[in-house]
Design a protein around this ligand. Structure first.
Ligand SMILES: [Zn+2]
Length: 282
């Protein structure tokens, strides 16, 4: 495993809890013939709401679930796929299907919507500013020592990867995720995670053209220092400046990418980012 993928895994907040508990099959009620995939999703949701399924729990096998629910394996599989795409479940090759134990960074939902509706990078950056400026302010009020340590480590990692833009991008995301976690609001943090994951798909294609990584890393440090000092206004201001620069940088990276490689490749994100003015007005 590369350091990069190791860090992604760590960044996704203990999603692969080693001591995941396998749940009892008794909790699954028989659905019987003629059920739709929706009902599989509904039953899982009810089990989550009642606390019987918890983050990190391991689900019974597809076959066991099919027997237990009294429906076909394809119906079970489709239901599980839908939940995986939402980021509620996570299937791990060879070890089974688990309840997600962290925010749905792997959620396909916003990515799919972005592809479908052509969400622009500008609209995504605007969403990030709306969410992350507030998150930075909250983090300044609520961050624990542990949160500060996570941020400090991510800042150090961004500095250490200035000559490796793809790694930089991963540590950059980790820094923002650490700020989000430190805010103490898991709902806003989750929304941020979804936007960031969708934007990452675009960024990873252009990041090799990045020219301001050092400046960006310095801004992370400034945000971190403001949060550590408990200065909410300064943290919000620093985050605003940072995300404005990130948006400008992305636009120039994208332009450089277009100049460098006309046509071919996967041009979906580029098309998506050209479309959008109408989305930005919603
Ligand atoms: Zn950043």
């Amino acid at each position: 495993m590369t350091r990069w993928s190791v860090m992604i895994n760590i960044g996704l907040a203990m999603r692969n809890a080693p001591n995941a508990k396998s749940v009892s099959t008794k909790m699954f009620k028989r659905l019987g013939e003629g059920v739709t995939t929706d009902q599989v999703v509904k039953q899982i949701r009810e089990l989550i709401e009642s606390g019987e399924l918890r983050p990190g729990d391991r689900l019974p096998s597809e076959r066991t679930l099919a027997d237990r629910l009294g429906i076909s394996r394809p119906s079970v599989r489709t239901g599980l796929r839908i939940l995986s795409a939402m980021g509620v479940l996570q299937s791990r090759h060879g070890s089974g299907t688990f309840m997600s134990s962290g925010p749905p960074a792997e959620s396909q939902l916003l990515r799919l919507l972005a592809a479908l509706h052509g969400f622009s990078a500008d609209a995504m950056f605007e969403a990030r500013r709306i969410l992350e400026v507030s998150l930075a302010g909250l983090a300044a009020e609520r961050a624990t020592d542990e949160h500060l340590a996570m941020m400090a480590e991510a800042v150090a990692d961004t500095y250490a990867s200035l000559d490796d833009p793809k790694s930089y991008l991963v540590y950059d995301m980790q820094f923002h995720r650490a700020v989000a976690v430190a805010s103490g609001n898991p709902i806003v943090a989750t929304l941020m995670d979804m936007v960031t994951a969708a934007l990452y798909e675009m960024k990873v294609q252009t990041i090799e053209h990045a020219t301001h990584l050092e400046e960006s890393a310095a801004m992370h440090r400034k945000i971190y220092q403001a949060i550590r000092a408990g200065k909410a206004d300064a943290a919000r201001a620093a985050m605003t400046t940072h995300l404005e620069l990130a948006q400008r940088d992305f636009a120039s990276e994208e332009a450089a990418e277009k100049d460098g490689s006309h046509a071919d490749k996967n041009d979906v994100p580029r098309r998506a980012s050209r479309l959008p003015k109408k989305d930005a007005r919603h």
